[in-house]
Design a protein around this ligand. Structure first.
Ligand SMILES: [Zn+2]
Length: 373
């Protein structure tokens, strides 16, 4: 049974245990969680790191228990919950990288047969390019297809031909309904009524996830981190000549950047690699690890909170947690744009189209927004 909450988002009537109830006995709280069947789960959220999972769990409207179907190896302990009317599984690959992510996605597909699509949610390294692309720490990068790319490119899958690295194959585009939901949120931003701020506020109240008081410094490409210390105190002592000068951003809310995310198995940690990997992709906004492995298994939208700039400098850990919170907030905002019944109808219709039993076009169900090609 569905109803609308104060912000207009569609919510089912609660029958299980809402999050945030005051209880001092956490074990008894887990006991009381409503159990749902694996067939009821329609969306998978993948996170690479524990604090990314925690940020998503803090965004849930309700937490569930679930026993996965006994298909495939039982290698993962997942979490379960609800956002709006969607029942979802939160899964975490056992290791970083695309191979481990693909294995995890394949297992989720078998254990939860009605999963329609996925979101990869967590932190990533921003690729600012001033003045056109002013990406800051805590901003959000979303894999939206533009300029003939599918939203995510696996930068380390290909071979060298002469002096050029040529990519092999291409990844699937994100599900159309998630692209459309993102487009609707972009309209909300333009009209000053994005739900992101309110969702983020509820997560950043939790211990460790508030916006850090430490600075957001972008160093010039030829200036490397000093060996002293685990933060950039010594680097900053070198003076402002080493910094890229950027306008003061008065607005504290994260800005959403849409475009190409470069995905691979390694972490990009210096400006030379950043430059080398980006040179064929001037419009890339973010580096990520693992998403390419998910996208080959399940249609997937990638949402990354920016926690560093893919350089040698060491941003404070607080930015990692806050960036995970901004990504989880945007994930929730996307999922609240449509209800689970619409997702089912669209996916069922896509299956029919793929098997040639109907000529009805998928986008007839949501003609209010144009899907980028
Ligand atoms: Zn530094």
């Amino acid at each position: 049974m569905l109803h609308q909450d104060a912000e207009g988002a569609i919510q089912p009537t609660r029958t299980g245990k809402p999050l945030g109830n005051s209880s001092t006995d956490e074990e008894s709280e887990i006991e009381e969680l409503k159990e749902i069947s694996p067939e009821a789960i329609t969306i998978a959220i993948f996170c690479a790191l524990s604090y990314e999972v925690v940020a998503v769990k803090y965004s849930l409207d309700e937490e569930f228990r679930c026993r996965p179907m006994a298909a495939g190896p039982q290698k993962y302990i997942s979490s379960f919950g609800r956002i709006g009317s969607h029942s979802l599984v939160i899964a975490r690959p056992s290791q970083m990288g695309t191979v481990s992510a693909a294995q995890c996605a394949a297992t989720v597909s078998h254990q939860f047969p009605n999963v329609r699509f996925a979101l990869m949610v967590g932190t990533g390294a921003g690729i600012p390019k001033l003045p056109s692309r002013d990406i800051r720490l805590g901003d959000i990068a979303v894999s939206i297809p533009q300029d003939n790319h599918p939203g995510v490119i696996q930068y380390d899958f290909g071979k060298y031909e002469g002096d050029r690295f040529v990519l092999k194959g291409s990844l699937n585009k994100p599900p159309s309904i998630l692209i459309s939901a993102d487009g609707s949120l972009e309209e909300d931003e333009m009209m000053g009524r994005s739900p992101l701020r309110n969702i983020l506020r509820s997560i950043t109240k939790k211990s460790g996830f508030k916006r850090p008081d430490t600075g957001d410094n972008l160093f010039k490409e030829d200036f490397h981190h000093t060996e002293k210390g685990n933060d950039c105190t010594e680097c900053l002592a070198s003076g402002t000549a080493k910094l890229v000068l950027r306008d003061i951003r008065c607005r504290k809310d994260p800005i959403v950047h849409r475009g190409l995310i470069l995905s691979g198995s390694g972490i990009v940690k210096n400006p030379q690699d950043r430059y080398h990997l980006c040179r064929d992709y001037n419009n890339a906004i973010c580096f990520d690890t693992g998403a390419a492995g998910i996208m080959d298994e399940i249609p997937c939208l990638v949402i990354r909170g920016i926690c560093d700039y893919a350089d040698t400098h060491k941003q404070q850990d607080g930015w990692h947690y806050f960036a995970a919170a901004t990504a989880a907030s945007y994930c929730k905002a996307v999922l609240r744009k449509f209800d689970s019944k619409l997702a089912e109808r669209i996916c069922d219709m896509r299956d029919s189209i793929n098997t040639g039993t109907t000529a009805i076009q998928e986008n007839q169900l949501y003609v209010t927004h144009v899907i980028p090609l």
